[in-house]
Design a protein around this ligand. Structure first.
Ligand SMILES: [Zn+2]
Length: 95
């Protein structure tokens, strides 16, 4: 396989999106080709940055969820068990 073909497939290779035989071809190429190995390392660094960004976002979303859950615990009337359907809730308030 040519280096250019390998490098085209590297991103999919890192994401484990390749068929096992394709992945094996790339792996054996990487064993003896320093250029492609370097390319893979820079791809992996890039992926790692993306993963880190994603984890931080994920953590921020979890924090929001925690805050909402806590607010519901502190004010049970906001929680799903007492919310009922919206029209019943309005009727309750009117009476
Ligand atoms: Zn190569």
């Amino acid at each position: 396989m040519e280096c250019s073909q390998i490098q085209d497939s590297l991103s999919a290779f890192i994401d484990c999106e390749l068929a096992p035989d394709e992945a094996a071809l790339i792996e054996s190429h990487l064993e003896h080709c320093g250029v492609c190995r370097q390319q893979r390392e820079s791809f992996e660094a890039q992926h790692e940055r993306l993963r880190t960004l994603f984890v931080e976002r994920r953590r921020a979303a979890d924090l929001v969820a925690d805050r909402v859950n806590q607010a519901i615990r502190e004010r049970p009337e906001l929680g799903p068990s007492n919310a009922g359907c919206r029209c019943c809730f309005r009727q309750q308030q009117a009476s």
